[in-house]
Design a protein around this ligand. Structure first.
Ligand SMILES: [Zn+2]
Length: 191
């Protein structure tokens, strides 16, 4: 099922990327207030509303990740994207935690830094698990929704044929309804 979210910590990365709906033009992280609310809902401890600089850093990371995921369709990633990501994650702290079970990474730092560290750990774990390559963004340029490719051969290109199709139909329906409303209003005014 193409609509199922990515497994494990990769689901968090997917949810993060999808805070912006390219198609709808909406963005949960559009303001410092809304971004703070969202981060708190993900369990991030914040003393107050995040700064605009912090919000921009979070949004830059999200869009750099979205660009990076284009490479999972087999096209070469823009080298600039890797540099952007390196810069954004330069101060992120990851601590190894060793036990008899093995080693895990723990997110260090505070506030926004902790969240970025958690995302980085999720990607490290997904890379080890071999699932990272399956996190993709929809190839429809007006969609670019992050989805987990559940297809057998991992060649999926769209968030879901059905979802993208349904959304396109809904959009066309809304446009028709709006057009009909305008016509009604116009004729109502005449009568
Ligand atoms: Zn799509």
């Amino acid at each position: 099922m193409a609509k199922e979210p990515a497994p494990g910590p990769l689901g968090e990365v997917q949810a993060f990327i999808n805070t912006r709906d390219v198609e709808e033009g909406s963005d949960v992280l559009a303001t410092a207030d809304s971004a703070t609310t969202w981060l708190r809902a993900r369990g991030v401890v914040l003393e107050g509303v995040i700064s605009e600089a912090e919000r921009e850093r979070v949004v830059d990371l999200r869009e750099a990740l979205r660009d990076l995921l284009e490479a999972h369709h087999g096209v070469a990633a823009d080298p600039g994207t890797g540099q952007r990501l390196d810069g954004l994650l330069a101060d992120v702290q990851l601590h190894p935690h060793l036990s008899s079970e093995g080693a895990t990474l723990v997110a260090g730092g505070r506030g926004v830094d902790t969240y970025l560290a958690r995302l980085a750990i999720g990607i490290v774990e997904a890379t080890v698990a071999g699932t990272w390559q399956r996190l993709k963004v929809c190839r429809v340029s007006t969609c670019r929704w992050a989805f987990y490719d559940h297809t057998k051969n991992a060649r999926g290109a769209w968030c879901s044929m059905r979802v993208c199709g349904t959304r396109a139909k809904a959009r066309a329906y809304r446009a028709r309804q709006a057009a009909a409303r305008v016509q009604l209003e116009t004729s109502g005014r005449r009568g």
